[in-house]
Design a protein around this ligand. Structure first.
Ligand SMILES: [Zn+2]
Length: 108
């Protein structure tokens, strides 16, 4: 039995030798797919498996997550402004940091 999963960034997570089974080049940045077999991790660049429909789903999920965080940030900033409270400073800082990281991206 083998499991297939998808990784957003080769910079933050590695599996096995990180050599693409399609083009034989190292996977150093960007998204990649992993097939976990009893013998080894079989890895592919996203660009080498462009027809896999899961990529589009991942893109949509990421965009949705970013939209939600942006809305939460806007609400938190409005609340802080209206009530003149510093209680949301930490949350606002974390959301800003998250969005700066996620929208910066890690292109293949
Ligand atoms: Zn490749």
């Amino acid at each position: 039995m083998s499991d297939v999963f998808y990784v957003h960034s080769a910079k933050t997570a590695q599996h096995g030798l990180m050599i693409c089974a399609a083009c034989s080049k190292p996977i150093e940045t960007g998204q990649y797919r992993v097939k976990d077999t009893p013998d080894a991790y079989i890895t592919h660049h996203r660009a080498c498996l462009p027809l896999d429909p899961m990529w589009e789903r991942m893109d949509a999920e990421k965009a949705e997550q970013i939209r939600n965080m942006e809305m939460m940030l806007a609400d938190a900033e409005a609340f802080r402004k209206r009530w003149d409270t510093e209680a949301l400073d930490e949350l606002i800082g974390e959301l800003q940091e998250y969005l700066a990281q996620r929208t910066k991206g890690d292109a293949a």
